[in-house]
Design a binder for this molecule. Structure first.
Ligand code: SAM
Ligand code: SF4
Length: 326
């Protein structure tokens, strides 16, 4: 049975968070204060994750992105990637902060990973350390080097722009994309930070990024699938590409094809879902694949029409980005 919701959207993309732990503490994601982590018994085992993906692939999931927390801090993630590939996932990728990537890239490629997104929120070492609260700038650059030298394609770099923090680097990031011939994606800051510091005036819109970059280097739109999160542009005069991900100023919920599975086995039909749906107790309670599939189908049919960030009375979800999986 294909996964189609009551608005007719077909779900083909799955994001799997394999851990809520992370070796960074990005200001727009985690808190500087000690945080509660999921007890290890609550985490799905690799076997449990694999079983759910198998059920979902039979229901039409074609793209799988492994994320977290930081996916590379969970031991065994390469073997998990290989198991996903063996299930017939056509488009297999990971989102990582890049800290451990240089040393793990070859194994990820050998496991069958197709592409990668690496987060990099500043090209300035001192600012990078302020954003991530970690001294790992060189390791992340080495991770990007390793990805570009490998078979992983495309290599996309994600920057979350926060007004007053790194919005002065838009042009520098564009130059980085041009120099390195990679895809630089600018993500609007969403109200999913653990400190609940988000305010609308901290959001740097995709329109502003487009205006600023195109004033310096003319941009040409690149055709993209309707369900893609990014509006894409190439440089008229050279290499590299930019992507604008504007969930706040230009929501793309109408064509959303994504669902998310958290590290503790909850299915989320939207980043901003008010509730998540427990699949772990079905897995551990002896449910058959058929029963789990039926439950997933009924959850997905009720997928929210869209997030409500721009509606009066909006309340962020209780889970923050690090425990949902971006
Ligand atoms: N640790 C990995 C990383 O940082 O790439 C993967 C997990 S992280 C939660 C996934 C993506 O979510 C990253 O690109 C990160 O920049 C983005 N993200 C985190 N908090 C965000 C927020 N409040 N608004 C927008 N994007 C956010
Ligand atoms: Fe960790 Fe990624 Fe969140 Fe940064 S954005 S704290 S790297 S999970």
């Amino acid at each position: 049975m294909p996964l189609i919701d009551k608005f007719g959207r077909q779900i083909t993309d799955l994001r799997i968070s394999v851990t809520d732990r992370c070796n960074f503490r990005c200001v727009y994601c985690r808190s500087a204060r000690p945080e509660h982590h999921m007890p290890s018994d609550d985490l799905l085992s690799w076997d449990e994750h694999e079983r759910l993906v198998k059920i979902l692939v039979a229901m039409g999931i074609r793209k799988v992105r492994v994320t977290g927390g930081e996916p590379l801090v969970r031991a065994g993630v390469e073997d998990f990637i290989a198991r996903l590939k063996a299930l017939g996932v056509r488009d297999l990728s990971m989102t990582t902060n890049g800290h451990l990537l240089a040393e793990r890239c070859d194994r990820l490629v050998a496991a069958g990973m197709d592409r990668i997104n690496i987060s990099l929120d500043s090209l300035d070492r001192e600012k990078f350390e302020r954003v991530t609260r970690t001294k790992a700038f060189d390791q992340v650059i080495a991770g990007i080097d390793a990805a570009q030298a490998s078979r992983l394609r495309p290599v996309k770099i994600n920057a979350v722009l926060v007004r007053g923090l790194n919005d002065d680097e838009v042009e520098a990031f564009a130059a980085f994309a041009r120099d390195r011939n990679l895809i630089m994606r600018f993500i609007e800051f969403m109200p999913l930070d653990a400190d609940r510091a988000w305010t609308r005036d901290m959001v740097v819109t995709g329109a502003e990024v487009h205006r600023r970059i195109s004033e310096r280097w003319p941009l040409v739109p690149v055709v993209h699938e309707r369900s893609e999160t990014a509006r894409k542009y190439r440089f008229a005069d050279g290499r590299g590409e930019i992507g604008l991900i504007s969930p706040v100023s230009q929501p793309f919920c109408g064509f959303c094809s994504r669902i998310r599975l958290t590290a503790d086995g909850k299915l989320r039909t939207c980043l901003f879902s008010k509730e998540d749906h427990d699949l772990k107790s079905l897995l551990r309670g002896g449910a058959t694949d058929r029963e789990i599939g039926d439950e997933i189908l009924s959850i997905v049919s009720e997928k929210e029409k869209g997030h409500r960030i721009n509606e009066p009375g909006f309340m962020p979800p209780s889970r923050t980005m690090v425990s949902i999986g971006g």
